[in-house]
Design a protein around this ligand. Sequence first.
Ligand code: COA
Length: 362
Amino acid sequence: MSDAKLGLEDVVVAETELSRVDGQAGRLVLRGYALRELAGVHPFEEVTGLLWEGALGRPIDLGPARVAAHARSRTWGGALELPDGMDALRAALAQGVDPSLPEGPAILGTLAVAAAGWWRRRQGLELLEPDPSLSHAADYLRLLRGAAPTAAEAAALDTYLVTVTDHGLNASTFAARVVASTASDLVSALVAAIGALKGPLHGGAPGPVLDMFDAIGSPARAEAWVAAELKAGRRIMGMGHRVYRTRDPRAAVLTEAAGRLGDPRGRIEMAEALEEAAARLLAERKPDRPLRANVELFTAVILEALDLDRALFSPTFAVARSAGWVGHVNEQRARGRLLRPRARYVGPEPRALEGAAPGGAA
Ligand code: COA
């Protein structure tokens, strides 16, 4: 195929059985199951088993992996002292995982323990011993706070982890698959994925979403604020998606889960006012490009309702998405080829160096 014929949006570079993102219908399906049938119904450990082994009813036990990661945390050097949580995850994971455990669980255990440990160190507190008898969601909250969460809080975080655990060939998953496609190791693939997730156009949006809510102040001011932002040429965080031409189906799942926590800060009302105003004003400006709420608008709401500081939002996203990353790396290893997409060359035609004779001969 000539360069001119390559369509940049629609190039298919991998096959996957893990998840299907239907951007026209606004549906997310994990191995054949609609997200709604899984989130809040099947725990994260079981959905991880679905992603890795293909069937429900085979939960992956992550408790021993959290314990092993805690034991290894002294090998992480200054990772947990880094100012940014994603840098801390990247640095801790780069030290490798317990070789006596299966790699996938060891990675998930490392990320949960490192994210919680980074937060503890930031507060000047010591890391806590994981409790392998708890669910991944409940223990993660406990490791962060030092006290066990309520059943409702653990259920809300579990719903979040399942909701965002996999999402087709998103940028971080693609990064992981590119590294895996070179026959490199799992840790290297996941370190690359963390780097990709860190960016505000991917996993870094929910922190800025809360900053935006704070700047707006009250739902009644949402429209004027959005109008001013768009006039200034800025993007509205939590709106728009590369694939969805509808509202992101994960937004509704997270809104309901956040609602069950009571929404003490009134953030659901704020998010809905922002969404309504932004969707309307963006539709006026871009009638051909539907720009609706994405998952990050309501990720901010649910994680804040769980009392997570906004600095923890991206690391917590990584804790969830790591199950998808590992599943994709396994799939890439099993059936993929070296990923080597092409760039359309748009540079100058062949030309002579200044002062050189045409053809290059002196
Ligand atoms: N606010 C304002 N304008 C937006 C917008 C937003 N959130 N999202 C897209 N647009 C505009 C772009 O400015 C662009 O306009 P232009 O053609 O005049 O330059 C047009 O819509 C198309 O956007 P494009 O950049 O092609 O979309 P994309 O598929 O590359 O971007 C996102 C997808 C998610 C990166 C983008 O919607 C965005 O930046 N959203 C805000 C960040 C965010 O919420 N990220 C989390 C994603 S889950």
